[in-house]
Write a protein that binds this ligand. Structure first.
Ligand code: AHM
Ligand code: MG
Length: 351
């Protein structure tokens, strides 16, 4: 029987190593990551048997084998996150895509320093087709005392995040995070139930060959967005918006759109490329949420050498005006996103 390699590292071990760089750290942050990893493992287990539960084991229609009501997976994932984070004393406020208002943890539960905002199961409309889905989270530090917490503690910029990450439930389950010291990826080994370091210090290519956007909205885009996407597609063949600053891409980019943000972002992070969710008629701010989707992924993109913009400025600079604020999003390879931002700003497109 083969022995495991000596350099195996779990998320918690990796965080402890990080902690040693900050001698004053209390370990609460490492504990918080342990809680998030636990939630991710539980969600991963459910996602992986989603088809089974609904189609084979769900003979009682509404009840699972334990006799419990089968919840929709995104509600289930939300409950798991709330339970894993809300009862361990590290968190003082939680915000979820699934819940209208912020959830304040009773200070009696502990003296948590952190605010965690999450999308428990992004892309869940894809799940019945066995398409990858994900969890996204951002972590901020509270600004006020525990008995005086308010919206000022929640509505912080993306740049003020102390860490952010996502979990992708794909052909394997991966946990990717940054706490400001690079972007690191861990793959779940289901046989031992641990996330093990598999992608250390991920760097995204400066330019990519992939653009990811739902082009069905093209008739409802602004002329500026339409022209910008044409330039991505046709490269320098589109004379008016020729990409003089991208000489390697004479014939334009390829398109890949899964329609599951974490999966599209993850692929582009590794291979290079840009994900776009522009505003369109009927959705003037686009669809994606600043706090639980755009800001956490922006922190990861920037720490991997990429960039994220709302078309006018860095996503990380925007102060959200409410928990569920929506934002246009252009994110991925730095050169591509900067070009998009410059093109949209110069053409007068505004959000
Ligand atoms: P959700 O948070 O309700 O799952 O919506 C977000 C998802 C993203 O994962 C995906 O990129 C996008 O919605 C797809 O939207 P569309 O179908 O408009 O292209
Ligand atoms: Mg979402």
């Amino acid at each position: 029987m083969a022995l495991p390699p000596t350099n195996l590292q779990t998320i918690e071990a990796h965080m402890l190593e990080l902690q040693s760089l900050h001698p004053t750290a209390s370990g609460a942050f490492t504990g918080l990551f342990g809680d998030i990893a636990l939630a991710a493992k539980i969600i991963s287990r459910e996602v992986n048997k989603a088809g089974l539960a609904d189609d084979i084991l769900g003979a009682t229609d509404q009840e699972n084998v334990q006799g419990e009501i089968v919840q929709k997976l995104d509600e289930y994932a939300n409950d798991v996150f709330m339970k894993c984070l809300g009862t361990r004393g590290q968190v003082c406020i939680m915000g979820s895509e699934e819940v209208a208002d912020p959830v304040y943890i009773d200070p009696g539960e502990g003296n948590g320093n952190y605010i965690v905002v999450f999308d428990p199961l992004d892309g869940s409309s894809n799940i019945d087709a066995n398409v990858s889905v994900g969890t996204i989270f951002g972590i901020w530090r509270r600004k006020n005392r525990l008995n005086n917490l308010g919206m000022e503690d929640i509505l912080q910029t993306g740049a003020e995040q102390v860490a952010a990450g996502y979990v992708i439930y794909g052909s394997s389950t991966m946990f990717v995070y940054t706490a400001g010291h690079g972007v690191h990826g861990f793959t779940l080994d289901p046989s031992i139930g641990e996330f093990l370091l598999s992608h250390e210090d991920i760097k995204t290519p400066f330019n990519g060959k992939i653009y990811s956007v739902n082009e069905a909205y093209e008739p409802r885009w602004t002329p500026e967005v339409r022209e910008m996407v044409r330039a991505l597609k046709y490269g320098r063949q589109t004379k008016e918006t020729s990409r003089k600053d991208a000489p390697s891409r004479g014939s334009g980019m390829s398109t890949r759109y899964i329609g599951s943000l974490v999966a599209d972002f993850h692929r582009n992070l590794l291979y290079g490329g840009v994900y776009l969710y522009p505003p369109y008629e009927g959705k003037p701010q686009g669809k994606l949420r600043m706090m639980c989707e755009a800001a956490p992924l922006a922190l990861i993109a920037e720490n991997a050498g990429g960039y994220a913009s709302n078309g006018q400025q860095s996503i990380l600079e925007v102060t959200p005006d409410h928990l569920h604020m929506r934002t246009p999003l252009y994110i991925g390879s730095r050169d591509d996103v900067l070009w998009i931002e410059k093109t949209l700003s110069e053409s007068g497109d505004s959000i």
